[in-house]
Ligand binder design. Structure first.
Ligand code: FES
Length: 110
C-alpha cells in the first residue's frame, strides 16, 4: 500500500487538473539509477495494464507495475515547498539508504 499525505494528494490533483482529462491515473515506478541504486518516477498515465497494482486514495488512482511494487510497498509520499521550490518527498520502509535529495535509494540485495 502507498500512503500519500494530504499535501501530496493536493499537489497531484493540481497537476491532474492541467492534464488532458482530470481523472488520469498516477503511475509510480522504480527505475535503475540515481545516486543510489534506484530512483522513483511519478507520472500521469492512462495506460493501465492488467498486471498493475491499483489503489484508490482520495479520488486518485495510484498505479504501480508488478516489478516496482516490492520496492514501494509501504512507501509514504509527501509534498513540501521551500524557497528553492517544491517537490515530492519519499519515505520508504524498504530502503536501507537514500541519496541526499531523497529521490534515489538502495535496498538490501540479499
Ligand atoms: S539522485 Fe542524486 S542526490 Fe538524489
Amino acid at each position: 500500500m502507498i500512503h500519500l499525505s494530504p499535501a501530496a494528494i493536493a499537489e497531484v490533483h493540481r497537476i491532474q487538473s492541467k492534464a488532458t482529462h482530470p481523472n488520469i491515473a498516477v503511475r509510480l515506478s522504480v527505475k535503475s539509477g540515481g545516486c543510489a541504486d534506484f530512483y522513483y518516477a511519478l507520472e500521469l498515465d492512462d495506460a493501465i495494464a492488467t498486471a498493475d497494482y491499483i489503489q484508490t486514495c482520495d479520488g486518485l488512482q495510484i498505479v504501480v507495475d508488478a516489478d516496482s511494487l516490492p520496492y514501494v510497498d509501504g512507501l509514504k509520499i509527501d509534498y513540501t515547498e521551500d524557497l528553492m521550490g517544491g517537490g515530492f518527498r519519499f519515505d520508504n520502509p524498504n530502503a536501507v539508504s537514500n541519496c541526499g535529495c531523497g529521490n534515489s535509494f538502495s535496498v538490501n540485495s540479499a
